[in-house]
Design a protein around this ligand. Structure first.
Ligand code: TXA
Ligand code: MG
Length: 313
């Protein structure tokens, strides 16, 4: 049976909370991408979630909370953590912090790590659902592992519809790329994943430049594996022009359709990125992507494009 796609309402939030409480899987809207939620405290539900995504179980999940208090029950908040949370929460910054023993996030969800990734999403539906459950959910992006993150309920249905219990629909995600992940469990704040909050805005609040841990096969942030956001089409980046046989994906006023943002707006481009990659994707095509400036949200967009373009040698 395929999961029903249900518009967000007080009644559907209650239904979704009951499904989560019973160990089920619900896809939920957030401001970044759709997440696949389950009760973070329930290892059987987390195992089912890993299976539905086809995700290697060493890959830890982000715990999503609906208040600062709920976050503080899960992790140790240093002065730096508190300052970042005050500035960016609720919002698209995920903090990796030392886990507190008395929290509600099971070992499996944390992949046995001593650190926990926590995010307090801004999306009202996500907040209401977590509030209704009364404890954290875990919510990886609601796509098959290794495929493109979903920014519409229909993407989730296409990828996972037959493996989950319900899809809450609140229309397209406003931000369109995943949260920025910052590890502040040590004295050196380290960027694990560029994302919807620009790195320079985080550095400005920290008043220090960020160490970057990118590329490679470091499993402390498996989202950093080189090929991760992979469509089946092959991609050629920084392409000012399309070669014969290629589809050109433009950015800015110098290009026609399809275009990530005809006006050259990086926020709009981020919101369109995964939708357009999905729409153009097929094993038959080659997509030539126009250059994207590497500042602000451009950093996260280029990071995702590089991963999508990467092929094992
Ligand atoms: O915007 C987002 O963050 C979305 C929405 C649904 O909230 N979620 C998301 O989750 O992107 P996911 O599971 O697709 O990506 C989470 C990344 C993974 O690369 C994982 O390895 C990393 O976070 N991660 C989770 N816990 C970690 C930890 N304790 N230490 C280091 N990295 C961690
Ligand atoms: Mg993901």
């Amino acid at each position: 049976m395929t999961a029903p796609i249900v518009p967000v309402s007080p009644a559907s939030i209650d239904d979704a909370a009951a499904i989560l409480d019973g160990g089920g899987l619900v896809a939920i809207p957030t401001e970044t991408v759709y997440g696949l939620a389950c009760d973070a405290a329930n290892p059987a539900a987390v195992a089912r979630l890993f299976a539905a995504k086809g995700r290697p179980s060493f890959n830890p999940l982000i715990a999503h909370v609906a208040s600062q208090e709920m976050a503080e029950r899960q992790a140790v908040f240093s002065e730096t953590a508190a300052r970042l949370a005050k500035h960016f929460w609720p919002g698209a910054l995920t903090l990796v912090l030392p886990v507190l023993g008395k929290g509600n996030v099971c070992d499996l969800a944390r992949a046995g790590l001593e650190n926990i990734a926590i995010r307090y999403p801004q999306h009202e539906a996500a907040q209401s659902l977590i509030g209704a459950l009364g404890r954290p959910i875990v919510a990886p992006s609601a796509n098959r592992s290794g495929y493109i993150s979903p920014t519409h309920a229909a993407h989730v249905a296409a990828d996972l519809g037959d493996k989950i219990d319900m899809i809450l629909d609140a229309g397209p995600c406003a931000r369109g790329v995943e949260s920025t992940i910052l590890d502040i469990s040590t004295d050196t704040p380290t960027l694990l994943r560029p994302g919807a909050i620009a790195t320079k805005d985080v550095a400005a609040v920290l008043k220090t430049p960020l160490a970057a841990r990118r590329g490679g096969t470091d499993i402390s942030a498996p989202g950093q594996l080189k090929s991760h956001y992979a469509p089946t089409a092959s991609l050629r980046l920084n392409a000012a022009e399309a070669l014969p046989g290629e589809i050109h994906l433009g950015f800015g006023p110098g290009y026609g359709a399809p275009n990530l943002s005809a006006s050259g707006d990086l926020q709009e481009a981020a919101a369109n990125l995964f939708t357009l990659l999905r729409a153009l994707d097929s094993s038959q095509v080659k997509i030539a992507v126009a250059p994207i400036p590497n500042h602000g949200l451009g950093e996260a967009i280029n990071d995702r494009l590089e991963r999508a373009a990467y092929r094992e040698a």
